[in-house]
Design a protein around this ligand. Structure first.
Ligand code: DGT
Ligand code: CA
Ligand code: ZN
Length: 577
């Protein structure tokens, strides 16, 4: 694989080295140097490979001679001798143990050196056999804690957030596409359907000789373990329990294979029912006529056409009425990322954002946006350095100045992400809200309040006539905490009445509203907005995940206010007061 490593991949490698060194017991400043280099790589606006070509790796902040040499070797050869040697000294799977709550590098080293533990299974076995309690500084209690931590880790890593799986798979697919003889390689399964979490990763490749692809896949440098390997299907495991399977089929059958592997299972069942009605059989292996001859479908379009259907976008394939809609020509005209014209929720250095108003505005403009709402936190969210009333006034002056410099290439509006306090009041009085162009109200604190109380609290914000948007309405964190215990039907009813727009927060760790709530809101005629809540220029790219969630909710462009031109947005906000 001679694809250039990305900054992200280099950073991952350096973090991994730092973890191994820490378990090994290396001096701390070396460990910190690798982590610092990883941070710098992630913040770099230019690919490290470009800096390498111009001999400028040392210009990366925090990168000294030793690390620059390693970067150079990684970028040139894809390998690192130092790391390969280190992996023979410290068992690589020990790094995974650092994920266990309250288990740090010192403990891992102890389990390794004194109990011979080299991976999670062995640690669990040792703990269950009572072999940890006798180790230095350990006792029965701390042994039990390790077991509880392992269980917590298992629960947590059951499903992988979309935001982790998606970028990971882009690298994997790019590598597979470079394998000689590979015609196409695509993601399938829940990942292609853009579910907020995925159980495992499904991939489909088209190639006449499957062996070469299988070999490349099972020997990919990220693979930790090959779980199974057959002629047309292989299954592997990466770090952090991430599993992937790859199906390989000849190009003329790629459409059938991709369609099957994309699922969902229930969608496939519907398709098979339709096939049966026509005397056809549709399975993971092939699409067959009654006489047993095969219908070859190179593309998914051909599969659907055989069944008398238009192609159905993967995000809809959940058996939520899409097959029926396809049959009656009633599939929605789904929103596309290209329809998005505005970002209505972003942060700057005026609160906890990382970039200035001007940098954010420039980044938004470069991404083709025509409206950017600057919506820093209000003072109530102390941890985020929120704005006071006086701060808002000074910020308005800076927004005006940046607007002047940028001319009419992009419209900047002053918003504010106003705290909904624990007692349900908003952080600012109405006359302050009235002066803002856009008001977003969000819950960030006391999310554990009982249902009636927290619902009432949110309803107060929904019904305030100055509030335009409700940010990440439930407060859920994907793979983390559940949303607040809200009576969503009451929230929707109030939103319907007040005309407020509910957000799909596009950050993949939120995706809030989720697809099901968003669809319900749309059915009730509530307008949605899809916002990145960007705290840096790069985060503006997260819109993609929000749009995917909206597509899963059957959203059309018209139903999402971010598709509107500046004039229409301005008059809509103005009309709301
Ligand atoms: P996940 O991984 O739990 O997030 O969900 P999926 O949808 O990726 O499901 P997975 O990985 O078990 O299987 C991938 C695809 O393979 C699935 O979307 C449809 C297809 N598939 C798997 N098992 C069956 C089955 O028993 N019947 C049918 N018709 N299709 C199946
Ligand atoms: Ca899957
Ligand atoms: Zn925000």
């Amino acid at each position: 694989m001679n694809r250039q490593l990305t900054n992200q991949e280099l950073a991952q490698t350096f973090r991994y080295i730092a973890d191994l060194l820490e378990i090994k017991g290396e001096v701390i400043y070396k460990i910190l140097a690798y982590r610092k280099a990883a941070d710098s790589l992630e913040a770099l606006s230019q690919p490290a490979s470009e800096l390498q070509r111009s001999g400028k790796l040392l210009e990366i902040p925090g990168v000294g001679k030793a690390i620059a040499e390693k970067m150079d070797e990684l970028l040139s050869t894809g390998h690192l001798e130092f790391l390969e040697k280190l992996e023979t000294e410290v068992p690589p799977e020990l790094v995974g143990l650092l994920q266990i709550p309250e288990v740090g590098p010192k403990k891992v080293a102890l389990f390794w050196r004194q109990a011979g533990v080299t991976n999670l299974q062995e640690l669990e076995a040792a703990a269950r056999a009572g072999k940890l309690r006798g180790l230095q500084g350990m006792g029965e209690k701390s042994e039990a804690k390790v077991l509880a931590g392992i269980e917590a880790l298992r629960r947590r890593s059951g499903r992988i957030p979309l935001g982790k799986a998606w970028p990971f798979v882009q690298g994997l697919l790019a590598d597979l596409r470079q394998v000689p003889g590979v015609n196409a390689a695509e993601m399938a399964g829940s990942l292609r359907r853009m579910r907020s979490t995925v159980g495992d990763i499904d991939l489909v490749a088209a190639a006449n000789d499957s062996r070469v692809v299988m070999e490349a896949f099972t020997h990919h440098p990220w693979v930790r373990q090959v779980v199974s390997q057959g002629d047309t299907k292989a299954s592997v495991e990466f770090e952090h329990n991430l599993r992937a399977q790859l199906w390989v089929h000849p190009p003329e059958r790629f459409g059938t294979a991709l369609c099957y592997a994309t699922g969902s299972k229930d969608h496939n069942v519907r398709l098979r029912e339709l096939a049966l009605k026509q005397g056809l059989s549709l399975s993971d292996q092939a699409f067959l006529r009654p006489d047993g001859s095969e219908i070859l479908c190179a593309s998914e379009q051909e599969v659907y056409a055989q069944l008398g259907l238009p192609w159905i976008p993967p995000e809809l394939r959940e058996d939520r009425g899409e097959v029926q809609a396809a049959r009656s020509g009633a599939l929605p005209a789904l929103l596309d990322l290209g329809d998005i014209r505005a970002e209505l929720h972003s942060h700057t250095t005026w609160s906890d954002g990382k970039a200035s108003i001007e940098t954010m505005a420039e980044a938004a403009r470069q991404r083709g946006l025509k409206t950017l709402v600057i919506s820093d936190h209000s003072v109530g969210l102390g941890v985020a350095g929120g704005l006071s009333v006086e701060g808002l006034q000074r910020q308005r002056a800076e927004i005006d100045a940046v607007q002047q410099r940028l001319g009419d290439s992009i419209l900047l509006l002053q918003g504010c992400e106003v705290e909904i306090r624990a007692d349900g009041t908003l952080d600012f009085p109405d006359e302050v809200l009235a002066r803002l162009d856009v008001v977003t109200a969000s819950l960030h604190t006391s999310l554990g309040q009982p249902r009636e109380q927290i619902t009432h609290r949110l309803l107060n914000a929904v019904r305030n006539r100055h509030v335009d948007l409700i940010g990440h309405p439930t407060g859920r964190i994907v793979g983390g905490r559940e949303g607040a215990d809200l009576d969503m039907e009451a929230v929707f009813a109030a939103a319907q009445e007040s005309g407020v727009s509910l957000e799909i927060n596009a950050n993949p760790s939120r995706l809030d509203l989720d697809d099901v709530h968003a669809r319900r809101a749309l059915d009730l005629g509530i307008r949605l907005c899809i916002n990145t809540d960007a705290h840096s220029p790069q985060e503006l790219d997260l819109e993609f995940f929000g749009v995917a969630t909206a597509r899963r909710a059957w959203a059309s462009a018209e139903q999402v206010i971010n598709t509107w031109e500046p004039e229409r947005l301005v008059s809509w906000f103005a009309a709301r007061g």
